[in-house]
Design a protein around this ligand. Structure first.
Ligand SMILES: [Zn+2]
Length: 187
């Protein structure tokens, strides 16, 4: 089971910038790379659209709590893309194909929390892909650079259990990418 995740600062910046673009909604991206023993190497970020919609099937929330009234008394759904995300399935298929062709792994997915801590929600835990990496960045504002305390990574076991993975930033000189790093695979 992977216990560490290594990535360059350039890759980190590419990831968190792509997530911040969606603010105040949750941003999401697929994470590409390799695995050597217990260490995952993130080498690419595949930005994705968050395509969550109110009619997306959800089984986590009781029906009664899914709607609420706003200040004007209008009935509204309690959830939005500011606290829900779904990776565009077409992007997922495209990324899987790319990974097969390039011989890299689709490690997992990242998403942002525009509100709240970088911790997996009940929904995150319920919908995580087994045997994949989950990355969460708390991005409270698109202008503020997230710090170490604003991000977390977990490996999801085959049974769906979340195990924390330590994030190790490769110490490279400013502006000098690691060999093999391609922070953006697509515009
Ligand atoms: Zn989440």
């Amino acid at each position: 089971m992977p216990v560490a995740l290594r990535l360059s600062r350039q890759c980190l910046m590419a990831l968190e910038r792509s997530l911040a673009v969606a603010w105040p909604e949750e941003g999401c991206a697929l994470l590409l790379g390799r695995r050597h023993g217990g260490t995952l190497h993130m080498q690419g970020v595949w930005p994705c659209r968050n395509v969550w919609r109110p009619d997306w099937p959800e089984t986590c929330q009781p029906q009664a709590s899914r709607s609420s009234q706003d200040e004007a008394g209008n009935l509204q759904d309690a959830h939005s893309r500011s606290d829900r995300f779904v990776v565009d399935p077409l992007e997922l298929i495209a990324a899987q194909k790319y990974c097969r062709n390039q011989g890299v792994l689709l490690l997992g997915a990242a998403h942002s929390h525009p509100r709240g801590a970088p911790l997996p929600s009940a929904m995150d835990q319920r919908h995580a892909w087994p045997r994949s990496l989950v990355w969460i960045s708390a991005i409270a504002s698109p202008d503020r650079q997230p710090t170490e305390a604003d991000r977390g990574a977990w490996w999801v076991s085959g049974s769906g259990r979340f195990q924390p993975v330590s994030i190790e930033l490769a110490q490279t000189g400013f502006g000098k990418p690691n060999p093999g790093d391609q922070p953006y695979y697509r515009p």
